[in-house]
Write a protein that binds this ligand. Structure first.
Ligand code: FMN
Length: 176
């Protein structure tokens, strides 16, 4: 079977992030022919300006996207929006097009019952501007995430686990 590689990007920089926990969990849903990397280094990326050249952190980010057949983003919502760090990193790809035609799944998770839906809607707009390849199932909002994690920091809610697996399956289907 053809090898497939996926890159995941967390919108949270917290060490005990629930969004990063979700991304780590996804590895369990992937078949053997799929390699999976969690991007590290979002916090190293400088503030975007079209007049700045790419530095090593930006190049590292862009190359990680280029190497991947598909990308999964999982993000919290801050002040009803996408965390600035994530949006900033995505802005670096606007003119160079690393995400153009790239299959992408977008997930938001929040301790609130809104599930980070406003951040997700905003992220989807950005992903549309970037030309990402998605279908109607390529987005998932997870409400009340803290109630779905047990004292051992494991995601235990079956509906959530099924929805996460469905995201992986759908992304792999889009990649083809
Ligand atoms: C400054 C600040 C603003 C926040 N704003 C929102 C918000 O607008 N919507 C929301 O659902 N959660 C909001 N939250 C809660 C985050 O969703 C919550 O801290 C979440 O666990 C962060 O994700 P992480 O666990 O992946 O780091 C906010 C948290 C902070 C600290």
């Amino acid at each position: 079977m053809k090898k497939v590689s996926l890159l995941s990007i967390s919108g949270s920089l917290r060490a005990d992030s629930t969004n990063t926990l979700i991304l780590r969990k996804l590895a369990e849903f992937l078949p053997e022919h799929v390699s999976y990397e969690l991007f590290e280094g979002l916090d190293q990326i400088p503030h975007f300006s079209p007049s700045l050249p790419d530095n090593a952190a930006v190049t590292n980010f862009k190359q990680a996207i280029q190497r991947a057949d598909g990308v999964i983003i999982c993000t919290p919502e801050y002040a009803f929006g996408v965390p600035g760090t994530l949006k900033n990193a995505l802005d670096w790809t606007v003119s160079t097009g690393e995400l153009n035609d790239k299959p992408v799944a977008a997930i938001s998770a929040s301790p609130l019952n809104t599930g980070g839906d406003k951040a997700l809607a905003s992220l989807l707009l950005t992903l549309t501007a970037l030309g990402t390849r998605r279908n109607e199932d390529s987005a998932l909002s997870i409400p009340n995430i803290k109630l779905k994690i047990n004292s051992l920091n494991q995601i235990v809610d079956e509906t959530t686990l099924e929805a996460l697996k469905a995201q992986c399956d759908n992304l792999l289907k889009i990649i083809g």
